[in-house]
Write a protein that binds this ligand. Structure first.
Ligand code: NAP
Length: 273
């Protein structure tokens, strides 16, 4: 925080459990500094099951908005007065803003991913996309890629979860991870939305499947380079890690909370620090 806290300082923050590791305070406070906003963004540890109480606090304390992370994304959605179409479809939010003490929830993770793909010069409209995983991140990404016009396949170790996730994107297909052995569509964007790679595991798909892809996105950003990213690069495939998604979802949340255009460069620099 580079400016003093005053009587007019607006408060925003992130709730999660755990939350102390979050990069969001650094990213949002850098954005406030870059836009000269008299705001401060803090991490608030809210135990599992207490999101409703925390959001009543937002209303009572006139907190400007909250980012929402694990394990509160669904509970927070059910505590909102109004949801965006994305949040409604997903039953989850990653940002809540208070407008006249009414709580509006949105989900910006999926759009964040789409923007990070566009940053690589890839137009997702009409492009095949394969999403690995069927958890919260995969659901948000699948819905956003579908809405942006990509031709989406969801591959997860549980076929029922893959099918359920695929249903979030009109016309998408759900398959079992093992069924990818027969190949990936040429020119596809592959998105890893599983945690496989966070602990140094081998790639979640056979590296032989990566040849001919347009782009590999690993939503993991810690470590900055997973085995999947390394394998794709070795095969001459363009790669990007999850920092772009993190920065873009935060930028969208910043814009919702402050109604100011997000200072993307400052936010990216803070995310990388
Ligand atoms: P989640 O809800 O727990 O979902 C994890 C998904 O991965 C589930 O489909 C799970 O399958 C699958 N999975 C777990 N271990 C696997 C394995 N060994 N092999 C195959 N599939 C496996 O988690 P999430 O919230 O979606 O987050 C997933 C990852 O996305 C996180 O690890 C994080 O790195 C990344 N993420 C990044 C950002 C960003 O801004 N860059 C934001 C959110 C998340 P089952 O259901 O069968 O267990």
């Amino acid at each position: 925080v580079t400016r003093p806290v005053t009587g007019a300082t607006r408060v925003a923050g992130i709730i999660g459990d755990p939350v102390a590791h979050s990069r969001s305070p650094a990213i949002h406070n850098a954005a406030y500094a870059a836009t000269n906003l008299d705001w401060v963004f803090v991490a608030m540890h809210v135990p599992r099951g207490a999101a409703h109480v925390a959001l009543e606090g937002v209303r009572a304390l006139d907190i400007a908005g909250l980012s929402v992370t694990m394990p509160h994304k669904s509970d927070a959605a059910s505590a909102c007065d109004e949801l965006s179409p994305a949040a409604e479809a997903l039953g989850a939010v990653n940002v809540v803003v208070a407008r006249d003490r009414r709580l509006f929830g949105d989900s910006t993770d999926g759009e964040g991913l789409v923007r990070s793909v566009q940053d690589q010069g890839v137009d997702v409209r009409g492009t095949p996309a394969v999403v690995l995983g069927a958890g919260g991140a995969a659901r948000a990404i699948t819905r956003a890629l579908g809405a942006a016009g990509a031709d989406v396949t969801v591959a997860a170790r549980r076929i029922d979860a893959a099918a359920e996730t695929a249903a979030l994107a009109g016309g998408a297909t759900g398959v079992a991870l093992g069924d990818l052995r027969s190949g990936l569509p040429a020119g596809a964007v592959l998105v890893n939305a599983t945690p496989v790679g966070m602990q140094g595991e081998p790639p979640p798909v056979d590296p032989g499947l990566l040849d001919g892809l347009r782009l590999v996105v690993d939503t993991i950003y810690h470590p900055a380079e997973t085995a999947l990213v390394v394998a794709a690069r070795e095969r001459g495939v363009a790669v990007v890690n999850g920092l772009g998604m993190l920065v873009h979802q935060a930028a969208l949340a910043f814009e919702l909370m402050t109604s100011c255009p997000a200072p993307l460069a400052a936010m990216r620099e803070a995310a990388e620090a």
